[in-house]
Design a protein around this ligand. Sequence first.
Ligand SMILES: [Cu+2]
Length: 406
Amino acid sequence: MNTSRLSAILALTAVVLLASAHVTVSPREIVSKGGGVFLVNVPTERPVATVKIRVEFPEGLRVSRIRAKAGWTAAVERDTSKAITAVTWSGGKIGPDEFDEFAFNARVNAPPSKLAFKAYQTYEGGETVAWTSTDTPTPKDQHPAPQITITPVQSKYATAARENWLGATAMLLGFAALTMSMRNGRNGKKVAGLMLFALAALAAAAPLAAQDHAARPVAVHADAQAAAPTGRPGTAAEQIAGAVIAAPPELRDDATVLGYAPDGKFIQLRKGTGDMICLADDPKEARFHVACYHKSLEPFMARGRELTAQGVEGWPRDSVRNSEIASGRIKMPAAGGLYTLTARAGCYDAATGKLCDHTNPVHSVYVPFASIESTGLLDHPTDEHTPFLMNAGTAKAHIMFGKHEH
Ligand SMILES: [Cu+2]
């Protein structure tokens, strides 16, 4: 490596390190017309606590709600159309060396561009730091404004479509079925019936395509609820016994297990001495789904659960985690194993610890940022035993085995 390349890399590293200690808004990138939950990340950079944070929203972002936050009061300002133009959180404290996050719900109403927020961070003692500079590079005596990039609809749509092909196919089938049954009388009804059957099969398969297999225990799916799960978690012992069967037998006994308290809260049920972390079946989901993964993946998985609990899902969740990986806040391993087991509702009998005959075990190895070029793997399944790489080139890159694509 020559020196100019090395210094470029060092400079880049320095920028990333600096960036991690700024007031930021994520996701950093959002599609034009997109919306959802945004997070304001506020690190305390002084030896005294942050006691107030004010954010002024850019034009082009329509903010509808501020998430309630324990210990903090949010005072909002609105324009004549009732859109929230600014919010000031106060009443809480973010101690030295700590950070906190504040959430709001918004929709982008702007063409592809950069939107800058104005943020004012007030410390105990009264000092206020203005994060308002949009100059690049940021002048020494100033602080950069949190910015997000609005991307064109088309590119994002393509990605979303690729990721959600099951959902999209299901929707098309459903629509086609509806159209046919309306147009074609009896024959049409038969075809439509078949299509609806395929639709049901896809709907059943769709949860299997959950993007990181294991990280969704706190999500409540409307479709799963329709199948009337009890919503009541089993005893800790039952949940532990059910969770660990996702892993090979020699990794079960000393695994750490996360699951549900009687009130439904997601908690640690057992602290293990081993390398695996297992997730109990979600009582709010109809299907039986358990997973075990290597502890090195926990920062990534835990952050995914946290974001899901905050209502940040799908690509915004990916985007938040990607930027946190880039900034070093989430550490990723070189490789980490994941075992999942999915089956229909009632397949696992907690009393006997027995599974039914039809289960869908999916094993994979996370290899963050590995690519087709860096591994010599294919990006699609071919036969019963050839490994292949999914989500190549991303934080979620993982090697899968066999023919199924889950
Ligand atoms: Cu996969």
